[in-house]
Write a protein that binds this ligand. Structure first.
Ligand code: ADP
Ligand code: ZN
Ligand code: ZN
Length: 730
């Protein structure tokens, strides 16, 4: 039995006195006593004996399902648990809809029908087995079969049913409840497909070549090159064969346009899994997908755990996006699971991005994935190059260079829209005393508090701490407290001062907290009146903003010199994506990038040759440094309110791994413990131990040893720890 527990083991139970009608099967949910609680578990193995003495075994209380959970889903959960070294029970609980986790019944995904066996004679002498005779009679009246539920409603028991089955008199068939076969070919389209340009046509033809086998493809297409159109036509081909398409996108709330485009195109329902759904609605989608009734399913990260009766293709849009990696609990990567799943189902999987992750790009370059490219925009204008502008030694107004202001003015006067990107919300990242140098810091983290004006307060962006603004410096009582640097609020204020007549939309997590406010702003903007958009990376994600012709990046330097080796890749992706918002329609675009490091070689390569070139260069750097994707990593995170406890466990764990590695014929490096980049967060101390290896199998052996050691170590029970396979951030 797999139970929702962090322990990486299974639990033995005795069968309940009344067995389910179809007998005990792997994949049935049951409720069982666990400690002092009653929990929902899943049968994952049937055993004839237990290592525990019978007196110690408890009984299953209730069987919750008539039919097992979908087999493809169970397979995925097992794979995920094994790959991420996570408890199977916890993985299953994470991957199932909340309603099922809470023990609610399924609405009826499959139906098992019992009927008389065609080879059995009409008449039988049942002797004194009257119930068997009665059931035999009943089934005689229903030549098409009766559902188990109906049979039990007639008062028959599993026992009677199985005796008849043992005698070979009756047989069962399981029917998956599906809707009528989907309309074929053209009828799945509500709106005609666009005529493809040459590159799109070549790409689609390549995808068509292999629709019935595992076929991993990377579609590297510049922003606005029509990737979505390729997805739509690929899905059409799959759906026309009566197969299902699963589409993963980073954030539905931020890209309502994508969903709308899917819905407009197809006649068949496009089911979306998003945070706005109620739990019962979510379960409905899950069951419809499991039964094959839903043909097109779109969702974010967790949608990878949607069961599919007839899988046809998996598409991962913006495959580089960080949101595909779950950052706590079960730390899976939906893109990587998509590959594993497609391999299991023997179906194509398409990863699309203008800025592919170095992991996927390397796979494509070395030929493990098919590499498809779209180099031209549908709108004919090549994506604008980045123009670097030097922030040093120049008078700046609220972080804006005079040249930048001039360019904004010109664009607005031409009746166009401007997007100003600043990757920081709030008014200013630092509040400092000009007299003594004091800065406002979070009491719980090794971090500064961000100054907010709307409403006025100090907030820590790493924990949820908030404080009132101090009227004067708490150290020296000086009243000269100054806001240093800018965030979205300050940039908005500066721009409003410079362009008092222009409408400004600020877009960040604070300004869009209200439901639909983001969508509303996007709707206003799409009307095309000149305006300024000021916002964080929320603006970078896949929007089509046809009237934006100028993009301004307030400061490009965030990821240039960061401790995390992936920071550069991520900030290059972000810059390219932001830049890609400019000039997507009739007019060409311009992208101004302000920087303190105009000579930085990476930034210059990005500016002159684009992300594709920089990414290939970064790969050579990764290769020579033996970093992913040329090696594989697992990160042990240890945290505790007591720095000593955390240090002790991390040190001990690292030592154990090193000692063990000495005895093993595998090559794994063990680094640490080292303090996390932000050691103290929310009053807890964080330490890392990093394992890395050139062979994935070696890494997994070491990770498995480590997890085992930790799980059986007393000391580890008092300290929080987690193991992150393929960590994306440090
Ligand atoms: P991407 O997903 O690569 O960013 P999109 O699929 O959103 O690109 O396409 C960008 C724009 O180009 C959209 O407005 C889309 O309707 C248009 N487009 C895409 N393909 C074609 C085509 N073959 N003919 C005309 N317009 C196209
Ligand atoms: Zn002071
Ligand atoms: Zn904090």
């Amino acid at each position: 039995m797999a139970l929702p527990s962090p322990l990486r083991r299974l639990f033995d139970y005795l069968p309940a006195t009344t067995p389910p009608l179809e007998g005990w099967q792997v994949g049935l949910r049951v409720s069982v006593p666990f400690g002092r609680r009653e929990v929902v578990g899943v049968i994952v193995e049937l055993a004839s004996h237990s290592e525990l003495p019978k007196e110690q075994l408890k009984c299953v209380h209730n069987v919750l399902d008539d039919t097992p959970l979908p087999a493809d889903w169970l397979w995925l959960c097992r794979f995920t648990a094994r790959y991420y070294q996570h408890s199977l029970g916890d993985t299953l609980a994470n991957a199932m809809p909340a309603r099922l986790r809470q023990g609610h019944p399924m609405a009826g995904r499959t139906l098992t029908l019992w009927k008389r066996s065609p080879s059995a004679a009409e008449q039988h002498d049942f002797g004194r087995a009257h119930r068997q005779a009665a059931l035999w009679e009943l089934l005689g009246q229903h030549p098409n079969g009766l559902a188990s539920r109906v049979i039990s409603a007639h008062g028959f028991t599993q026992d009677t049913l199985s005796r008849l089955a043992q005698k070979g008199l009756i047989i069962s068939t399981t029917q998956v409840l599906t809707a009528a076969a989907p309309a074929r070919t053209q009828q799945s389209l509500a709106n005609p497909a666009l005529p493809l340009n040459r590159e799109q046509a070549v790409t689609l033809a390549a995808l068509h070549e292999k629709l019935d086998d595992f076929h991993p493809c990377l579609l590297e297409g510049v922003t606005g090159s029509g990737k979505t159109e390729v997805y739509l036509q690929l899905i059409d081909a799959v759906v026309s064969k009566g197969r299902q398409a699963l589409v993963l996108i980073p954030e539905i709330g931020l890209t309502p346009q994508t969903l709308a485009r899917f819905r407009q195109r197809f006649n068949v329902p496009v089911l979306a899994l998003h945070s706005g759904l109620t739990d019962p609605e979510r379960l409905d989608v899950w069951e419809a997908a499991a039964a094959g009734r839903a043909l097109i399913i779109i969702g974010t990260r967790s949608a990878i755990f949607t069961p599919l009766a007839r899988p046809g293709v998996i598409i991962v849009d913006e495959e580089h996006d960080g949101s595909y990696k779950q950052q706590d609990g079960l730390r899976y990567h939906a893109r990587d699971l998509a590959i594993a799943r497609a391999h299991h189902h023997r179906i194509p999987v398409l990863l699309g991005s203008a800025t592919p992750s170095l992991e996927s790009l390397q796979q494509a370059l070395q030929g493990s994935y098919r590499h498809l490219t779209l180099t031209q925009r549908a709108s004919r204008h090549a994506p604008a190059r980045l123009e670097l502008t030097d922030l040093r030694h120049q008078p700046c107004r609220g972080g804006l260079l005079p040249g930048t202001v001039k360019a904004i003015k010109k664009t607005l006067e031409a009746g166009k829209q401007v997007l100003v990107f600043i990757n920081r919300r709030g008014f200013a990242p630092t509040l400092a005393c000009h007299a003594c140098g004091w800065v406002a810091e979070c009491h719980q983290c090794d971090a500064r508090m961000t100054l907010h004006r709307q409403p006025p307060l100090l907030a820590c962006h790493h924990c949820d701490a908030r404080r009132m603004l101090p009227p004067a410096c708490p150290e020296c009582a000086s009243g000269d407290l100054r806001a240093l640097g800018s965030g979205t609020e300050r940039t908005e204020e500066t721009l409003q001062g410079l362009f008092p007549k222009t409408l400004i939309h600020r877009i960040d997590r604070d300004s869009t907290r209200r439901k639909d406010s983001f969508e509303q702003i996007m709707k206003d903007v799409s009307r095309g009146d000149p305006c300024l958009l000021v916002g964080t990376q929320m603006l970078a994600k896949g929007h089509h903003l046809p009237h934006v012709t100028l993009v301004v990046v307030i400061n490009a330097d965030g990821g240039l010199y960061a401790a995390d080796f992936r920071a550069l890749e991520h900030s290059a992706q972000l810059l390219e994506q932001v830049a890609g918002r400019a000039g997507r329609a009739a007019d060409p675009g311009r992208v101004l990038v302000q920087t303190l490091h105009p000579d930085d070689p990476h930034l210059n390569q990005l500016a002159e040759h684009g992300y594709a070139a920089l990414a290939r260069h970064l790969l050579t750097e990764r290769r020579s440094a033996q970093l992913p994707p040329f090696s594989f990593m697992a990160l042990l995170r240890v945290e505790s309110p007591q720095v000593d406890a955390a240090t002790q466990l991390a040190t001990h764990a690292a030592q154990q791994v090193r000692d063990w590695l000495e005895t093993q014929p595998i090559q794994v490096r063990c680094l640490g413990p080292i303090p996390a980049p932000m050691e103290r967060r929310q009053n807890r101390y964080h330490l890392h131990v990093m394992l890395s290896a050139n062979k994935r199998s070696h890494l997994h052996q070491a990770a498995s040893f480590l997890v085992n050691w930790l799980e059986n170590n007393r000391e580890a029970r008092r300290v929080r720890w987690s193991l992150d396979i393929d960590p994306q951030t440090l």
